[in-house]
Design a protein around this ligand. Structure first.
Ligand code: NAP
Length: 280
């Protein structure tokens, strides 16, 4: 990559951001389509100031990651339908107005579709109630699930999120406390389970009885780490259909690339950079 005065800059904002694979994936994409562009990472204090700063520098596209997706939503003048429904943005285009998109939702939908499973009428379980969980619930609604249960460690705190999702997605969304028998019961009845917490990035014990992870389950772990997460390994052993976080990351990045550059994303090259697995 040759940087010059004409090189166009894109960036991801997050905190922490040093683990992000987005720079590696997007830079591989620019090289493949011979675009004079570079993708870097920033760890700002807050999203709004970062977006205003980017505008001042003439940066036209940002990716947004943990913990700024909700704050970035608030900083936008316009958002796409997915972002409006879940109140979270992971892609920002900066021009005369600030436009927000959520590519996590279609990214999860694409990754679920790739399993070949018909989701119509299935019961979904999502662990967590943060930005990724909101996208996961919207993706399950989009894929045809009939209801979603959010399993969380603090149901009182998650109540407004569950209510907002149920209203905006016209979907029954119930809350259960992780570790209680009612939450185990929901996992037993689920056809698809999505982990939308960072559990598994270290060697945390997973708050779901491994015996509940069975063959007739599609299991998505949005958390990812080299070699796979303990949850993905348990699910593979149980014979479940698994979707690793890297698959979702790639699908959402392909859509984000097109939004940022207007060019079709080179899937093979971006996937090879992802499989290379080294944060850039
Ligand atoms: P977030 O907004 O900070 O939300 C994290 C959620 O996890 C919160 O509900 C939090 O509960 C819960 N949580 C954290 N530690 C927990 C624990 N030990 N036990 C139970 N619940 C716990 O973060 P996010 O943006 O949703 O991201 C969540 C994960 O998904 C991250 O690992 C992120 O990297 C990953 N992700 C991956 C992709 C992808 O493309 N693969 C896309 C988006 C996100 P409290 O509210 O109680 O703290």
């Amino acid at each position: 990559m040759k940087i010059s005065g004409k090189t166009k800059i894109f960036a991801v904002i997050g905190k922490p951001v040093d683990h992000s694979l987005s720079p590696a994936i997007h830079n591989a994409g620019y090289s493949a389509v011979r675009m004079d562009a570079a993708f870097v990472a920033f760890e700002p204090e807050n999203a709004r100031a970062a977006i205003e700063g980017a505008r001042g520098l003439g940066i036209t596209g940002l990716a947004v990651t943990i913990p700024f997706k909700v704050e970035a939503f608030d900083a936008c003048d316009w958002t796409d339908d997915f972002a409006a429904k879940i109140g979270a943005v992971n892609t920002v285009l900066i021009g005369e107005t600030i436009r927000g998109y959520n590519t996590d939702v279609p990214g999860i939908v694409e990754a679920l579709e790739a399993t070949g499973t018909n989701m119509d009428g299935l019961s979904g379980v999502v662990i967590g109630a943060g930005g990724a969980a909101r996208a996961a619930v919207a993706a399950l609604a989009q894929s045809g699930c009939a209801r979603v249960d959010l399993l969380v460690r603090d149901p009182e705190k998650a109540k407004p999120v569950a209510k907002m999702l149920a209203t905006n997605l016209s979907l029954p969304v119930a809350l259960e406390q992780l570790g209680e028998s009612a939450s185990d019961d929901r996992v037993k009845k689920a056809g698809v389970l999505i982990n939308a917490t960072p559990i598994g990035l270290r060697d945390d014990e997973f708050p779901i009885d491994p015996a509940l992870i069975r063959r007739a389950l599609v299991l998505v772990d949005l958390a990812y780490r080299p070699g796979g997460t303990p949850l993905i390994w348990k699910a593979k052993t149980a014979g479940a259909l698994t979707v690793p976080g890297e698959s979702v990351l790639l699908e959402q990045a392909l859509i984000q690339f097109k939004l940022h550059t207007g060019k079709t994303a080179p899937r093979e090259d971006m996937n090879a950079a992802l499989l290379g697995g080294k944060p850039a």
